[in-house]
Design a protein. Structure first.
Length: 225
């Protein structure tokens, strides 16, 4: 595992060099930068600093873990978006390779962090995309008639949790959205239930792929009628 101080350097360089295409604002004389150079991850260039090839791969990995940690904190652990930055910084160092894939799968291979920055794709995302992603989105955003499996509940409100449990909604439950208006109507097992928007927003569902297709994701073949 790379020294967390070096990881911070890599992350900053990835954002400036790879994503924004501008020179790094880092001080080349700072201790962590020197360490990154010694590790062969960065190199001095024209008074500035750039990522070496292994440095770029390592940096991509750090950024991926950071943004996945943000998604996990906001979507599953219900941390406010404003508070997420600092927690995610500590979290990213803990998430090792292998665990990032598990988190990525749990979250449905998200493409964006809560701030709208792209999450570099992992191997898990590539294979998930190849066999049509099963996207995770809240029930409130699901397609009418769409079916899926509850992935997780993003709430710490005891009232919400009690209501959801009373309806038998737990991770792994099969769920189908029937109606969205005037309130959300859905089926779980043999029962039909209603929920208001705030409750429907905390139920995250792994939608089946045909549910994605309904939104115009394309299913091959031009059919004319
Ligand atoms: Zn972010
Ligand atoms: Zn993935």
């Amino acid at each position: 595992m790379i020294d967390p101080r070096i990881e911070e350097v890599l992350e900053s360089l990835y954002e400036s060099e790879v994503e924004q295409g501008r020179p790094s604002p880092l001080d080349a004389a700072a201790e962590p930068v020197r360490l990154a150079c010694e590790a062969g991850l960065t190199a001095a260039c024209g008074g500035g600093l750039r990522l070496t090839e292994p440095g770029r791969a390592a940096a991509r990995d750090v950024v991926r873990r950071h943004r996945l940690a943000e998604r996990l904190l906001v979507d599953v652990l219900d941390v406010a978006r404003e508070d997420v930055e600092e927690d995610a910084c500590q979290f990213e160092h803990i998430i090792r390779r292998g665990l990032d894939e598990k988190i990525c799968r749990l979250l449905g291979h998200p493409r964006m962090c809560p701030h709208g920055k792209p999450i570099p794709a992992g191997l898990c995302c590539q294979s998930a995309r190849a066999d049509a992603i099963r996207e995770v989105r809240p029930l409130a955003e699901g397609p009418i008639g769409g079916e899926g499996v509850v992935a997780y509940l993003s709430t710490r409100q005891r009232r919400d949790i009690q209501k959801l449990m009373a309806m038998g909604i737990l991770p792994g439950s099969r769920i189908r959205l029937i109606r969205r208006f005037p309130s959300y109507v859905f089926q779980v097992g043999y029962g039909q239930f209603t929920a208001d928007e705030s409750l429907a927003a905390v139920i995250y569902v792994h939608w089946k792929e045909d549910a994605n297709r309904e939104r115009g994701a394309g299913g091959g073949g031009n059919r004319e009628s």
